[in-house]
Design a protein around this ligand. Structure first.
Ligand code: HEM
Length: 451
């Protein structure tokens, strides 16, 4: 990663076979089966970094108990080290409104609960592989890089993309089997989100499955618990991903400026000064940011509507509720459970002192169940008048830059389901993602009927 992109692009093996397996989840499962001693232990009853509570969907009462006891709690021991848990809506907004005090910088450990590896943990000659991205940067650098990407998501761009998204969504729904159970995640959520990203990046269509593969390896916080061997596999996959994007970058640099995101980044003053690592980091950010999240909401909507059939009926009878239903489903689902900050100076927050260097975890899933803001918060209510106050997109200077695109995709999915009068029932296995970061479904077996 020290050399420049042009040199690396020349090294490119012709017709390289890109790694496409094993999937991150399968690799992790195999690792823990072979090394049960590596399974993490969570002695603290409020250590919500444990992933079993998300796989089993038993997390809500734990956070309810914590919110009852106060907005923030120090968890002295966890597989990810000690950390502060911020569990209510107000406290999260308070902390996100102080980005200088509560840093997002990758130099402190970035935006997930993961520990940053110490230099001593690397063997001699081994390189640290880090991809700086603007979600994990502080001002002023964050400002310039975000400004470059933001125009791709402005309302006029969304308008431009709407017809294409609608057409792809309609085609996908028309192709679904009838009278047969199938996995909604594989047939709808994954193809629609990866296809969308491929269009956004003008990414080679035939390779778009790689976006899902890379995204899963990059966003899985559990992998870190499996130790160095898994970290090495992840690093190799990420290096391949970096190589792929270097080639794309080199190709696009020689072309006229286009409307896709890579082209926008290459031709923008704030981003064309970036180091290769930064460029790659920001691409990964957009891929992971736009992939796991929207994909899982597409599954989450179906699961939630099935769990609350009165709400599904309301949606079927009153399509004017769709925009609010999108907000409510995002609140209910909360596709990213947390973001992390690192405290840069001793600071008092709601009566407690957070010390410089402390890790601070903002639990959006808990904020979106905060009863002081959302009445009957554990219930899906597509008529909820303050659904938009959810924190699933974060808050403040880092609030999700792709929120409009995610909302557009989800709105169109609901509109097309309505236009085609398709009802989707959960009709088989449901497997949730086992992770403290991404919230979603690996399997959601459904059947489609007409109404
Ligand atoms: C339902 C779907 C989505 C959810 C729930 C979501 C959630 C989030 C969250 C929680 C943050 C951090 C906010 C904070 O720290 O305050 C974020 C930032 C970000 N998201 Fe999303 N996201 C979604 C879709 C997308 C899409 C479709 C894209 C782009 C293709 C995207 C790109 C980004 C980027 C680039 C950032 C960094 C913004 C910054 O640091 O200034 N996201 N997102």
């Amino acid at each position: 990663m020290e050399r420049d992109m042009a040199t690396l692009a020349e090294d490119k093996p012709q017709q390289k076979q890109w790694t496409r397996s094993p999937k991150a989840h399968d690799a992790l499962k195999a690792h823990f089966a072979a090394h049960p001693d590596d399974l993490p232990s969570h002695p603290h009853k409020w250590d919500t970094s444990r992933s079993d509570i998300y796989a089993d969907n038993t997390w809500e009462p734990i956070f309810a108990e914590m919110r009852e006891a106060g907005p923030l709690h120090y968890i002295p021991e966890s597989p990810f080290g000690p950390y502060w848990s911020i569990v209510d809506h107000k406290a999260i907004q308070h902390i996100e409104a102080l980005p200088e005090v509560f840093s997002s910088s990758w130099e402190h450990g970035g935006i997930t609960i993961l520990e940053r590896m110490d230099d001593e943990e690397f063997n001699e000659g081994e390189q640290r592989f880090e991809l700086p991205m603007f979600i994990a940067m502080d001002r002023p650098k964050h400002t310039g890089q975000r400004r470059t990407v933001a125009p791709a998501f402005k309302p006029a761009e969304m308008k431009r993309m709407e017809d294409q998204i609608r057409q792809r969504t309609a085609e996908c729904l028309d192709g679904l089997p009838r009278g047969k159970t199938f996995n909604w995640v594989d047939e709808v959520s994954i193809p629609l989100t990866t296809g969308m990203l491929a269009l956004l990046f003008d990414f080679p269509w035939e390779d778009r499955d790689l976006l899902t593969f890379w995204s899963d390896w990059s966003g899985d916080t559990e992998l870190m618990l499996a130790g160095k061997s898994m970290e090495e596999v992840r690093r190799n996959i990420q290096m391949e991903m970096a190589q792929y994007f270097q080639e794309l970058w080199a190709k696009k640099s020689g072309e006229e400026a286009g409307l896709d995101l890579i082209s926008m980044m290459i031709h923008s003053p704030a981003m064309n000064q970036m180091s290769p690592q930064e460029f790659m980091g920001n691409l990964v950010l957009l891929i992971v940011g736009g992939n796991d999240t929207t994909r899982n909401t597409m599954s989450g909507i179906i699961h939630a509507m099935d769990k609350f059939p009165d709400q599904r009926k309301l949606f079927e009878e009153q399509p004017d509720l769709i925009p609010n239903a999108v907000q409510e489903c995002i609140r209910y689902q909360t596709p990213l459970k947390h973001m992390r900050r690192t405290c840069t100076e001793d600071t008092e927050v709601f009566g407690q002192t957070i010390k410089a260097g402390d890790k601070v975890v903002l639990w959006y899933n808990s904020a979106n169940r905060d009863e002081t803001v959302f009445e009957n918060a554990t219930k899906l209510d597509i008529t909820r008048d303050n659904a938009r106050r959810h924190l699933a997109f974060g808050y403040g200077i880092h609030r999700c830059v792709g929120a409009r695109l995610a909302e557009l995709q989800l709105r169109i999915l609901l509109e097309e389901l309505h236009a085609k009068r398709m009802r989707v029932h959960v009709a088989g296995a449901v497997e949730r993602v086992r992770a403290n970061f991404v919230e979603g479904f690996r399997t959601l077996e459904v059947e489609v009927t007409d109404y």
